[in-house]
Ligand binder design. Structure first.
Ligand code: 5GP
Length: 175
């Protein structure tokens, strides 16, 4: 398909980055080709629910993709940021990484009651980041319509780490 061709020609794979054994998928070639970028956002928006109020994007590539996606859907954008970046008293959640831990935050007033949201990020790998983000947005009284990725690395089983009942979609997958 046109979509698969776009993805395979605009995502570059780097072995052993950022550490030995990791096969890193670099999406920046997609971002710097305006026609490919526009086409991908169009395809992605078409597979998401229509009634989204807010797109929640995970720092940092979830910002770059989530903001144009939100505009294309007529929705607003909310950043889920790494700890220490948001003013006020954001809600936060810590989660385990392979080595150490990480913490993400969302502004306490950023997700009003009853808002219909989707969480987006560039890539689903082990699922740790998305699982934590889902747990965090659930602290708000919102309607989580789903979580969606540009690319899902199926072999890492990330989907199975996400809570049942939350629709998970990916624009494309690699085994
Ligand atoms: P997970 O928590 O699912 O293991 O990893 C997903 C998170 O790490 C996402 O926020 C994603 O941006 C980043 N990530 C992990 N592996 C890759 C990769 O190969 N390419 C890119 N672009 N991001 C990755």
């Amino acid at each position: 398909s046109q979509l698969e061709a776009l993805m395979s020609s605009h995502i570059e794979t780097f072995p052993d980055f950022p550490e030995p054994g990791v096969l890193f998928r670099d999406i920046t070639p997609l971002l710097r080709d305006p026609e490919a970028f526009r086409a991908i956002i169009g395809h992605w928006g078409a597979v998401l629910p229509k009634e989204i109020d807010l797109v929640v994007g995970v720092e940092a590539r979830g910002f770059v993709l989530g903001a144009p996606l939100a505009l294309s859907l007529g929705a607003g954008f909310v950043p889920a940021r790494k700890a220490g970046k948001l003013p006020g008293s954001p809600r936060s959640i810590s989660y385990d990484l392979e080595y150490g831990s990480a913490e993400i935050e969302i502004g306490v007033d950023s997700l009003p009651r009853g808002t219909r949201i989707v969480v987006v990020d560039d890539l689903l790998a082990t699922g740790g980041t998305a699982a934590a983000t889902i747990e965090l947005v659930r602290e708000f009284d919102v309607e989580l319509l789903g979580v969606s990725f540009l690319l899902e690395l199926e072999g890492l089983g990330g989907r199975d780490r996400l809570p049942a009942g939350v629709p998970v979609t990916a624009l494309s997958t690699v085994p």
